[in-house]
Design a protein around this ligand. Structure first.
Ligand code: NCD
Length: 335
């Protein structure tokens, strides 16, 4: 798929060569992300970072990625701070904002909302998460992390064994990740969730035309015993109409060092799209895992910056011009 000038709405848009291109561009951007080099290649460009739903990582990393490339960022957080709260349509909001920006990142609580927004936009739109549907940039950064973590163990994504754990019904990060894994060979996915929070059949259907093999269980100890990667997720309480219902599932799937040591193969990698729910009734990934070198969650978030820089570089067509305006960093940096 041609990235230049295009929207990024679903992970379905990508084939393996596109992913390889995004990953090689991410590698190229490392000196800038690590603050060894500065580039001003997006000088004068404006990103509208429209987050109509809560976010920490996605919003700040998209904004920082744009800043690191030399561009300016305008942003909105929450519907109540915008005219959507006055009844303005996504169509009008998009038409207006696209007149002020060169590119837009948008997150919203309704599935399909970012597509609707993009149809009205005059500039490229990147999906920062639409309801329980998709989160394509998260899937790309997860896949990039998986590739890097496996490489250090002389393994590849072809042949990957991964356990996806938690709220597989509502988790958009998991939905996009499952779809992108279909592009690889001999992937085995253990789907571990409370029975009522299983992966939607629409996503399971995407396994049909792939070589993905999947197994479903609600027994976490069994499901994590034969995998390379554990991918833990949060109960998506904001997707439940009844809060009491969501709290029934909290704490059912949680991992700590003891469970890990007793059940996993040595050096099984632990990932999570974050935020991890660290409240005592949930405790998805216990803090006693923080010193475990196989906990890759912060390598994941660092990779998010690179992937988002790469997406901007490729959509705006500046990936070969990074060094034109580059110089060394002159401030203290220990990254
Ligand atoms: C995820 C999301 O928003 O879907 N967070 C993120 O972007 N890293 C996962 C979650 O909120 O549980």
């Amino acid at each position: 798929m041609e990235l230049l000038g295009n929207h990024i709405l679903s992970i379905d848009q990508f084939e393996r060569p596109d992913i390889e291109k995004i990953f090689s561009t991410s590698d190229l951007l490392l000196p800038y992300a690590k603050r060894e080099r500065i580039t001003r290649v997006l000088k004068g460009a404006i990103l509208s970072n429209m987050f109509f739903e809560p976010s920490t990582r996605t919003r700040i990393s998209f904004g920082s990625a744009f800043n690191i490339l030399g561009g300016e960022v305008r942003e909105t957080t929450g519907i109540e701070a915008t005219s959507l709260a006055k009844g303005e349509s996504l169509y009008d909001t998009s038409r207006v904002l696209s007149g002020y920006s060169d590119i837009i990142v948008m997150r919203h609580h309704e599935a399909g909302s970012v597509n609707e927004f993009a149809e009205a936009s005059r500039v490229p739109v990147i999906n920062g998460g639409d309801g329980d549907n998709e989160h394509p940039s998260q899937a790309l950064l997860d896949l990039y992390t998986i590739e890097k973590e496996l490489k250090s163990k002389n393994k590849t994504i072809d042949g990957l064994r991964i356990a996806l754990i938690g709220d597989l019904k509502n988790g958009r990060a998991v939905h996009s990740l499952c779809k992108v894994l279909c592009l690889f060979d001999n992937v085995t996915i253990n789907l571990i969730s409370p029975e009522k929070l299983g992966l939607p059949s629409s996503i399971k259907d995407s396994f049909d035309d792939s070589s993905v093999k999947f197994h479903e269980t609600n027994d976490i100890k069994k499901g994590i015993s034969d995998v390379d990667i554990i991918y833990m997720t949060r109960i998506q309480e904001e997707r439940f109409s009844d809060k009491a219902e969501s709290s029934k599932y909290k704490g059912l799937m949680s991992l700590n060092q003891d469970i890990y040591t007793k059940n996993c193969e040595p050096n099984t990698i632990i990932m999570h799209p974050l935020p991890r729910d660290s409240r005592p009734d949930a405790n998805e990934l216990d803090p006693d895992l923080n010193q475990n070198p196989n906990l890759a969650i912060y390598r994941q978030t660092d990779n998010g910056l690179l992937i988002r820089m790469a997406l901007f570089a490729l959509v705006l067509g500046i990936e070969s011009k990074l060094e034109d305006s580059a110089s060394d960093v002159i401030w203290y940096s220990n990254k």
